[in-house]
Design a binder for this molecule. Structure first.
Ligand SMILES: Cc1cc2nc3c(=O)[nH]c(=O)nc-3n(C[C@H](O)[C@H](O)[C@H](O)COP(=O)(O)OP(=O)(O)OC[C@H]3O[C@@H](n4cnc5c(N)ncnc54)[C@H](O)[C@@H]3O)c2cc1C
Length: 312
């Protein structure tokens, strides 16, 4: 009997696509439990149940730093005694996973793209240049899974999951939050989870509007190279690459980006790569499925217009 534990930090709305992919993976094991910090909606308990997962352990929400979440996940591991814990692959959850793994002296695998019922984990290595299959030898392994890796497949469970309170020892945070400001929502999908990403580089020459317009026509997230973020044309949160966000969308459109190794490291596992660059020798064309040699300021607006025409 192999039991899985899933860790979410919020389920106030219907689970996101990435959360559904984690539910799909957890349902492959003999039993699965969700551990959660924060609130959960009635809709979400129904959706968790539809994956055949019947139990949710709920703890209060944290303050945005990981101390609380580490304590909650550790307590949930103590309660459930799972053989595998599944988490999102973003930096917040990777840090929670690493700290719990260190505390318990167990294994951790990041950048996973698949997990089978015998705990074999498939993961990207060396920026996606290799795919490795790993069998954990520890009794417990924590695995962070990249979004857009698994086909979402509810198992057909009919009853909603039951929510139980999880007892967690009070923690004394060593940090005090003195101010918090919400960023204005862009209305676009988040970069790390989007199915389509349109990224701009130094070639946009300070004007991201053609990139943003094409992204909006496609319902895509906006990304950027480090040259663009360093120039201050767009916030660092949008940076894709080795020192930015790693993305693995179904479609990545790269515009005015040369394709340096550090940029490729964050996007080369995308399913389809379309590159727009006026230099036919740009390295990005080595990994592009479809390349367009030309000026992005002409090509991107034409693409956006044609996509909107076909949508109407
Ligand atoms: C430790 C380290 C970490 C790094 N981490 C990252 C990272 O996370 N992400 C990242 O992106 N980089 C990273 N870099 C930087 C990386 O090495 C490159 O310098 C950077 O990716 C270059 O950005 P770029 O492709 O936009 O600019 P450039 O290399 O200058 O390329 C611009 C491209 O735009 C094309 N172009 C110009 N005008 C147009 C136009 N009108 N239409 C179409 N094409 C046009 C040009 O032909 C050129 O190919 C890192 C570097 C280091 C040393």
């Amino acid at each position: 009997m192999t039991s899985a534990l899933l860790f979410f930090t919020e389920l106030t709305q219907a689970p996101s696509k990435a959360q559904r992919e984690l539910l799909t993976l957890a349902a492959r094991f003999d039993s699965a439990t969700v551990a959660l910090t924060g609130d959960i909606s009635e809709e979400a308990t129904g959706i968790v149940g539809s994956y055949g997962i019947g139990r949710i352990l709920q703890a209060p929400a944290g303050d945005g730093f990981q101390d609380h979440e580490v304590g909650v996940l550790d307590a949930a591991v103590q309660t459930v005694n799972p053989q595998i814990v599944l988490l999102a692959n973003d930096s917040f959850h990777r840090e929670v996973a690493a700290r719990v793994a260190a505390r318990r002296e167990v294994g951790i695998i990041t950048d996973a793209i698949d997990v089978s019922a015998d705990r074999t984990v498939t993961k990207d290595e060396l920026a996606g240049a290799y795919t490795a299959r790993v069998n954990p030898v520890a009794d417990l392994v924590l695995v962070t899974v990249k979004p857009n890796s698994v086909e979402d497949a509810p198992a057909g469970g009919e009853s909603a999951a039951v929510v139980e309170p999880l007892e967690v020892a009070a923690y004394a945070s060593r940090l005090q939050v003195v101010g918090r400001e919400e960023k204005p929502a862009s209305g676009r999908p988040s970069l790390g989870e989007a199915r389509i990403v349109v990224s701009g580089g130094r070639g946009v020459d300070g004007d991201f509007s053609p990139v943003e317009d094409l992204a909006d026509a496609l319902g895509a997230a906006v990304g950027a190279s480090r040259a663009a973020t360093d120039a201050g044309w767009i916030d660092h949160d949008f940076q894709v690459g080795q020192t930015g966000t790693t993305v693995s969308p179904q479609l990545y459109i790269s515009a005015g980006i040369s394709g340096a190794i550090q940029q490729k490291a964050g996007m080369q596992t995308s399913k389809y790569i379309v590159a727009v660059n006026k230099d036919e020798d740009a390295p990005i064309f080595e990994i592009a499925d479809f390349g367009i040699i030309g000026d992005l300021k002409q090509i991107l607006p034409q693409a956006a217009e044609e996509i909107r025409r076909r949508q109407s």
